[in-house]
Design a protein around this ligand. Structure first.
Ligand SMILES: C[S@@+](CC[C@H](N)C(=O)[O-])C[C@H]1O[C@@H](n2cnc3c(N)ncnc32)[C@H](O)[C@@H]1O
Length: 249
């Protein structure tokens, strides 16, 4: 069941936890027992975790961890990686990037670790809460790249771009949710849950239009390798299962 960007699922706060450190993200209704169906958030000693009532009892839920080494692993490809090539990091090593679709924060964090200066936007209340919690927890041992990712904004990026014409970004990055890919193998849990939670971003054409008007140098759109481009791109960079469509300003 998709949860609209502004809908707030229940928040279970583990006994004694709220008093210790953190009362949970603002606005969520706190409940004592997990619901019998659908998604819910849990605030526990490990931070904020997304759970699904239908998941097996042993399931540990979905939590964003910026300190588990995965950001460094993704950035290890350096400037040769398809992401870095799509952003032109060899010629312009420190661009100002607006990531308009922050999601689980993987691309934002990787871009910061690759040397970009990153501002991110996420409109979905659940993902924004998970991201904020992950960023707050990362302050306990901040990796050097975190300083290059100083801002996370809770907004619809299309509207934010229209309302904030004065901020300048060299690159606007878009990685929308498309229809779930037809795969033989079962998708990773994070991907499957993202699809169930967020659904398909059907308004991406308007976001691209606004992004093209705002970007000083280019817009980069991440796509499945065989997906139809949202609009004819100026250039493309191919990865293994993905493709980056590039729109020059
Ligand atoms: C495919 S996920 C992005 C994954 C992300 N690149 C990562 O590395 O984790 C798409 C995300 O963009 C968000 N999104 C889509 N359109 C948006 C918009 N117009 N404004 C803000 N967030 C948006 C969705 O809520 C979803 O969380």
């Amino acid at each position: 069941m998709t949860i609209s960007p502004t809908e707030l699922p229940p928040l279970v706060v583990d006994a004694g936890f709220a008093a210790q450190r953190w009362a949970g993200p603002a606005g969520f209704a706190t409940v004592v027992h997990p619901p019998e169906q659908g998604f819910y958030l849990r605030a526990c000693a490990d931070g904020l975790v997304l759970h699904h009532a239908d998941a097996p009892a042993r399931d540990r839920g979905l939590r964003i961890d910026l300190l588990d080494g995965s950001v460094e692993r993704r950035a290890a490809g350096g400037r040769q990686s398809p992401l870095a090539r799509a952003l032109g990091l060899r010629r312009h090593p420190r661009p100002r990037v607006l990531d308009t679709t922050c999601g689980l924060g993987r691309d934002s964090a990787t871009l910061a670790a690759l040397g970009c200066s990153v501002v991110s936007i996420e409109r979905h209340a659940v993902l924004f809460a998970l991201l904020e919690d992950a960023r707050a927890r990362a302050q306990s041992a901040p990796p050097s790249w975190l300083a290059a990712w100083p801002r996370l904004i809770h907004a619809d990026a299309t509207r934010w771009l229209a309302d904030t014409p004065d901020e300048e970004f060299d690159i606007v990055y878009i990685d929308p949710m498309f229809d779930a890919p037809r795969r033989k193998a079962r998708p990773q849990k994070a991907l499957a849950w993202m699809h169930e939670l967020v659904g398909t971003d059907t308004d991406v054409a308007l976001l691209l239009e606004r992004a093209r008007a705002a970007a000083m140098r280019q817009v980069v759109v991440k796509q499945h390798a065989r997906a139809t481009p949202i609009a004819p791109p100026d250039r493309q960079v191919e990865g293994k299962a993905i493709r980056f469509d590039i729109y020059l300003s």
